[in-house]
Design a protein around this ligand. Sequence first.
Ligand SMILES: [Zn+2]
Length: 447
Amino acid sequence: MKKLGEITSDEIIKIVREKFEEIPEHRAKNIVIPLADALMSAFGMFSLKDTSLLAFDKRREEGDENLSQIYLVKKQPSDSQMRTIIDEVEPKHIRPTFKEIVKEVRRVGILTEYHYMGGYYLLALDGTGHFSSKKINCGGCLEKRNSKTGEVTYHHQILGAAIVHPDKKEVIPLYPEPIMKQDGIEKNDCELNAVKRFCKGLREDYPYMPFIICEDGLYPNAPHIRMLKKYHLSFIIRVKEENHSYLFNYVKKEAEKKETSWYKYEQDGVEYKFHYINKVPLNESNQDVKVNFLEYWQTQKGEVKYFTWVTDIELSEATLYAIMRGGRARWKIENETFNTLKNQGYNYEHNYGHGKNHLAVNFASLMMLAFLVDQVQQLSNSLFQQALKTIGSRKLLWERIRALFYVLSFEAMDDILRALVYGFQVKDVIINDEVALKDVIIGNAPL
Ligand SMILES: [Zn+2]
């Protein structure tokens, strides 16, 4: 039975379907496969972590009941139909589905677990590549030209974003902003422009949510900080001396004048040392952009870890520890997000197809959407949690879900999870050409 604050797998799949149905149809006529069916088929593919479109195609020909019962695909497209349709979908149309899921996560109360420093949300940002080729390319590809040989490499990147918390393993990814060539702009797009578009979209989707943006050393320049302030976004950004010599020298001089503060304590064999000053100029040419500067050493068994950040949150003995932990939580976008997609069965680097326009970009977003759905399951669906615990690893869990999905007929994803948790019996395994495995009895949940 569903518990309070839970979102079941099937509820979340229904939300995805409903949002896909709202995406405007780009085709004027000869519509054989509805747009939502093409998108749900792709979502199903990423949700099942199925690397082979061909296998997907084969199942379609055999009539896949589970695809319609679980992933709500009413009219199943072929592999090539799915790619052709999704290639033409404007990437921004995928964004509202992320927003709706986050809204649901908030509605059932899960998002409060991510409150940080009195109601803020830590939002970690980072760019990552998801495609590179010397031959295959599309209208949205970024181009890198080798200065010696003139050879061009085509590639795609996204700006990933995820709500994180230092104490939580799960992350809540938001719509990843594609870093790609924009219409009418010849010059390659860059990550900073993508951050601008991302922040604009973030405020459109979540106008009142108090975010603290956590970023790596790439972004701390004055226009970027002005842009964050414009959108009422707080920040904790890592800085390095080699890129900010003016700032570091300024702090050194203030330290000599005893204008900076130090705070140190020891706990359980770990020494925490903070050096900080509020309201210092970020660089020489932008004296009006003031930041708070934090330098931090953590020593344990002779090993020293060292970090430096700038933030707009006032540094004091009351906030130092939380800001340090918030700054360090940024790595979750790499470790819990990109590395999970790469190494936990999502086949992030597998080329699912490139297309001429938006296919590569849309597939990257749909994969992130499948990851969001899985993370929400891990956070809020007790059946999913039990299945994961019983089976032991996510990679193995996907394998077991796929195995059942392909062989037996189920009415809902939660039934597959129940079968994995409580066990199941298959009646009448008759091996011949005419009778398929159909009847399943799902073990009853213990009272
Ligand atoms: Zn491309």
